[in-house]
Design a protein around this ligand. Structure first.
Ligand code: SF4
Ligand code: SF4
Length: 337
């Protein structure tokens, strides 16, 4: 795929134009660092943090997706269709998570219509990570701080210039008219990639993990691994790939909406059956489920590990539980036979 060049000023002009023409979202400053916000101009964009506090999954899988709307007489009202949106500054781990969600929500070639409609209306302009945080481990799971999976356009900050790699027709359209990058720019981009990747020393034997996890399922090791977990659910809500939901009906001023809302496998009610039986009443079973889901169940269901190594669950956990330590302990305690 060809790569192109934009000056810093040209990128600002492009973003300012997009903010006028459509809904432009980007990382913006908040008291915890950066979060996603709708911006009116480039001055509001905040790229100083390695990543945003919240993941980008809400752009295609929002906290509350209105599935149906009806009035008190039972007349169905059409839910509002999603609007066009451009998401600037998505990082490679989060864009991989978007690709995972699309894959996970596709059954027999048919993607969930709500996820599909939102993805079609969304353009992701990604930014490669030239620096990483101590909690980043994308490389250990097949990603990279410069990975382009899931993006429409990937930008790499070379200093005064940005290297731009279009991945889709939407990306091609955005970059049309800019000059092609020369070898020296490609070399500079490759050097930055190598430097960022060198900052992530952790490697996980993911093939071995597929053998270890079923063996570890009934082990007492979970009592230690999940000892401090308070099942608050922060790890799941902030995870860019967690995809569980509940469906609720709400009536507000005479209009009723049926919403698909994020749920968490860390909550007791999540797994309670209609009979009252709950197979995951034990908090340790709920922690185990999260780990099994990330590294084993989604491999069975969608063919991919669904942890992208963003590190958000490590940062957010009030009990200091580190999913990397869990995986390393499992691999150590259950050596290959
Ligand atoms: S954030 Fe930590 S304490 Fe909360 S549910 Fe996740 S692992 Fe448990
Ligand atoms: S499990 Fe943790 S590190 Fe992995 S993608 Fe989810 S939040 Fe990120």
């Amino acid at each position: 795929m060809k790569k192109y060049l934009l000056t810093r000023q040209e990128l600002s002009q492009l973003l300012d134009r997009l903010a006028k023409e459509t809904n432009l979202y980007a990382p913006v400053k908040d008291k915890t660092g950066a979060t996603w916000g709708k911006v009116k101009n480039t001055a509001e964009v905040h790229l100083e943090e390695v990543n945003t506090r919240e993941p980008a999954k809400g752009f295609i899988f929002p906290r509350c997706e209105v599935l149906l709307r009806f009035d008190q007489k039972g007349n169905a009202l059409e839910p509002e269709p999603p609007e066009e949106q451009i998401v600037f500054g998505i990082r490679p781990c989060d864009a991989r998570a978007i690709a995972f969600l699309e894959k996970f929500y596709t059954i027999e070639g048919k993607t969930d219509p709500y996820v599909k409609a939102r993805r079609e209306k969304t353009t992701f302009i990604g930014l490669a990570c030239n620096r990483t945080a101590p909690t980043c481990f994308c490389l250990a799971l097949g990603g990279s701080p410069h990975d382009a999976t899931g993006m429409d356009l990937l930008l790499t900050d070379l200093g005064d210039l940005f290297l731009a790699e279009p991945l889709t027709a939407k990306g091609e359209k955005l970059i049309a008219g800019y000059p092609e990058a020369k070898n020296e720019h490609l070399t500079a981009g490759a050097k930055l990639r190598k430097k960022a990747e060198a900052e992530i020393p952790l490697r996980i034997d993911t093939a071995k993990l597929q053998e270890v996890l079923p063996k570890a399922f009934a082990s007492k090791i979970w009592e230690t691994l999940a000892l401090n977990c308070v099942n608050c659910g922060a790890c799941t809500f902030l995870c860019p790939t967690c995809h569980c939901f509940d469906v609720t009906d709400e009536t507000v001023r005479g209009s009723t909406v049926r919403c698909r809302v994020w749920d968490s496998c860390q909550f007791t009610l999540y797994s309670r059956h209609a009979s009252g039986h709950n197979p995951r009443l034990d908090p340790r079973a709920r922690y185990r489920n999260r780990v099994m889901d990330k590294f084993y169940y989604t491999v069975e269901q969608a063919g991919v590990i669904s942890c992208v190594g963003c590190g958000r669950c490590i940062i957010a956990c009030p009990a200091n539980i580190d999913i990397r330590t869990t995986v390393e302990r499992l691999l150590k305690e259950f050596p290959e036979e």
